[in-house]
Design a protein around this ligand. Sequence first.
Ligand SMILES: *[C@@H]1O[C@H](CO)[C@@H](O)[C@H](O)[C@H]1NC(C)=O
Ligand SMILES: *[C@@H]1O[C@H](CO)[C@@H](O)[C@H](O)[C@H]1NC(C)=O
Ligand SMILES: *[C@@H]1O[C@H](CO)[C@@H](O)[C@H](O)[C@H]1NC(C)=O
Length: 357
Amino acid sequence: MLFLELNAPDHILEAINYQILTAYCHTLHILRPAKSPGFSYAWLELISHRLFLGRMLGLTPQQKGWGMYAQLLVDLFKYLAPFLRNAELAKPVTLLYKGTLRVLLVLLHDFPEFLCDYHYGFCDVIPPNCIQMRNLILSAFPRNMRLPDPFTPNLKVDMLSEISHAPRVLTNFTTMILPHTFKKDLDTYLKARSPVTFLSELRSNLQVCNEPGLRYNISLMNALVLYVGTQAISYIRNKGLAPNMSTIAHSAHMDIFQNLAVDLDTEGRYLFLNAIANQLRYPNSHTHYFSCTLLYLFAEANTEAIQEQITRVLLERLIVNRPHPWGLLITFIELIKNPTYKFWNHEFVHCAPEIEK
Ligand SMILES: *[C@@H]1O[C@H](CO)[C@@H](O)[C@H](O)[C@H]1NC(C)=O
Ligand SMILES: *[C@@H]1O[C@H](CO)[C@@H](O)[C@H](O)[C@H]1NC(C)=O
Ligand SMILES: *[C@@H]1O[C@H](CO)[C@@H](O)[C@H](O)[C@H]1NC(C)=O
């Protein structure tokens, strides 16, 4: 009631709208589910109230409230994460989970640009096994964009003008590459393509403990993958070329990705491939680069285990209910249709009739 009154159309109140919203957001952040679990249903109801949502995300000048609202969603995802990670959904948590999916559907419908801009920060805190939740976020695309039908025969993704534009990523992933000495070594390697010890030590830099399921620092992996990818795009552009299946090859950037694909164990490689798949969204330069990269890693893989895992990461995101991100679809269609990948010759494709179908 207080919120409704404070947001009444009144010229004096309008002047302090932003301050009021800020105060509400700070308060809701302090009362986040992790701090007061007993309040979490009411909390979710408040943050998803159409008036609150509309005010936060529709505020003019545009996007002044977006960062604050993103923080509240991150609070929600972080609270749910330990339950979702173990697929341990007791009834009360199931309710909260379903409510969260509903909020995401509303956002996808009414404020897709918001999901686009913050996808990175959200995917960073959503556990790897929450496929549908991530798909909802990754399916968002700017409303002024028309996506070519991924099932168009001979769709020429290289010819789309959108793939030369970088998407907005409102999370500073560069600062998440820590410690600073690692970031410095990474930049040195990207510049000089040496020393090779950087590659051999990469795995231990990402590893945080020996406990299965928690071995790797997922945030660091995500930041590393996106940073190396964006650096690769600028590197190729600076040579006056555009990223494609041949220009992405034989570079410091691809060395790093190939090294990760080969050197990591199953758990680490899964997280690495997920970090790539998180960039397969609407047509933009990141989607295009990472789509090519995933296909390149498949084509150049030295073991079938890598190819099987790439297939798994794509397929598990496609067998859940819609929506499916556009970039995911075009990558998978290319993989199964283009004979250069010899996809259908692999044994793992035929291991189960459902998969083959
Ligand atoms: C992100 O952080 C880096 C390093 O601190 C800084 O150079 C860069 O300007 C920041 N980018 C944005 C978009 O704030
Ligand atoms: C994981 O990486 C992030 C970002 O680099 C860092 O802030 C965090 O402390 C790391 N976590 C562990 C357990 O090392
Ligand atoms: C990639 O782009 C370069 C020039 O930008 C072009 O010469 C080459 O044929 C392209 N390769 C593929 C596989 O499209």
